[in-house]
Every structure is written in C-alpha cells, then in structure tokens.
Design a protein around this ligand. Sequence first.
Ligand code: FE2
Ligand code: FE2
Length: 208
Amino acid sequence: MIDKLISEIDFALKLHSCPPKGNRTDPSEKVNSSDDSLPEEEKEKIIRYMRVNHTGEICAQALYRGQLLFNQDQTIHKQLNQAASEEIDHLVWCQKRIDQLGGKTSHLNPFFYLASLGMGMIASKIDSQYNLGFLEETEKQVSSHLETHINKIPQKDKKTHAILKQMKYDEEKHQETAKKLGARKLPQVFKKFMKFSSKIMTRTTYWI
Ligand SMILES: [Fe+2]
Ligand SMILES: [Fe+2]
C-alpha cells in the first residue's frame, strides 16, 4: 500500500509540474482555421471555458487513479486504464488550446485533484459495481457539461469545437463501457452531491 501511495504522489507531482504527452492526434490539428478572427473578449471567454474543462480532466485523472487503487477486478482495471489514457489526451488538448489562446490553467488544480482522488478511492473501496456506477454518472455529467460548452463557444472557433466534440464522444463511450461492465445505479442523494461538487469546480475555475 505504501508503494502505491508513493507512486500516486509521484504521478500527481508530475501531472502538475510537467505537461503529460498524449497518445492521439489533437483533433484541432485537422482543422484549417485561424484564431485571428476571434475578438479578444471572445478569446477570453473561450480560455475560461477551456480552463474549466482542463480542471475537469485533472479531476478525471484523479478519479480514475483513485478508482484503480482498491479495484481487484482485472476486466474493470483494464477498462479504467484505457479510459484514463484517453482522459490524458483530453488534458493535453485542453492545455494546448489554452496556451494557443494565451491563457492560463487554474491555480485550484491541486486542490481539485486531491478532492477527486479521495472520491475515487472511496468509490472503489465501497464496491466494484458502485465504483462503476460512480464512473457512469461522472461521465454522464461531464458529457452534458461539454454539450453546454459546445453551445456557448462561438461557431467560428472551429479548433475548440473539434476538441470538445471528440471529448464528448469519448466521455459517452466511457459512460457506455461502465454500464456494460455492470454499473449499479447510484442513490439520488449521491448524484446530487456530485452535481453540487462539480458546480463548485466549474464556477471557481472559470475565474481562478
Ligand atoms: Fe475527459
Ligand atoms: Fe471520460
């Protein structure tokens, strides 16, 4: 257990100090469009939305790492690892887009990382089916949140749209995978708590 904890601390420090490398091509690279036509106030708004999404991906890493800590089921382990690797891609794409637009990621990332790691650990400790239920609900809430950002971001920002659409596609796939593996429905009160926590995250990282 001590080994696992040390490895988690090492992973968290690396995640916050040097940007990870993704496995897939950034979807925005396939888009032939320039940011020059974006007015400054629109750029600022997009940076804020992408900062929220970047922190969401930091939380996703922490959640998956936490969920893997106590999980004993090899099939679930494999799927969680696969999804976590796709979440790394999302993190890299969000970070890159923020950099391109001249923005900064959130100062609150370490705090949300720790909170999400704790939630993932608790979910995996309770029961593997609840663990999957927690994952399914998380991915569902993230997908619907991404949909609202897709609708709010100006259509002419084709690069950000390409990233968010691929992310939404992946999150829906993660949700479906959790369901197929036998995710148990979470109590309503727990779903409400998750929504409340995610509201705190989205409203604070939009500004800080
Ligand atoms: Fe993601
Ligand atoms: Fe996901």
